[in-house]
Design a protein around this ligand. Structure first.
Ligand SMILES: [Zn+2]
Length: 149
């Protein structure tokens, strides 16, 4: 069975807005890993963007390369985790996820549960698949996998 690299790329707007300290994200990562371990899963990396141009903490109130739809977090994860982006999938629930994934060279899945407002479509914002949940996304990825999961 092939080892699948998995990372979580999150956007922590609350850090720049001073809702919680950046250190709180370590607890989020730890809790997430606890939940995943129960399902015999793990993450290879946990990446987040703490920035927002309108943030109230000056060190985070910047225009950065890691905030979606820019692909900075994905590119960093790929570099640090030795991930082949051309053979990777980026899954998100927002069109900016899709755009970031395509910009990084990944195939993309948009999880859409009817909660999208009028999306602004661009050529980068069209997902390879639009699916209703992660379970179906996993099936689609397995179908495309050379190892057939
Ligand atoms: Zn950032």
């Amino acid at each position: 069975m092939a080892r699948i690299k998995s990372t979580l790329d999150a956007f922590a707007l609350g850090v720049a807005r001073d809702y919680f300290p950046e250190s709180a994200l370590a607890r989020v990562e730890a809790r997430l890993n606890e939940i995943l371990e129960k399902a015999d899963l793990s993450l290879d990396g946990f990446y987040y963007c703490p920035h927002h141009p309108n943030g109230v903490i000056s060190e985070y109130a910047i225009v950065c390369e890691c905030r979606k739809p820019k692909p900075g977090l994905i590119l960093r994860a790929a570099s640090e985790q030795n991930i082949d982006l051309a053979n990777s999938w980026f899954i998100g629930d927002n069109l900016s996820d899709v755009e970031a994934g395509h910009s990084a060279g990944c195939k993309t899945i948009l999880i859409a549960q009817g909660n999208q407002s009028q999306p602004q479509m661009s050529h980068l914002g069209i997902a390879d698949y639009i699916l209703v949940n992660l379970s179906i996304a996993a099936q689609v990825i397995c179908k495309h996998s050379i190892s057939n999961c």
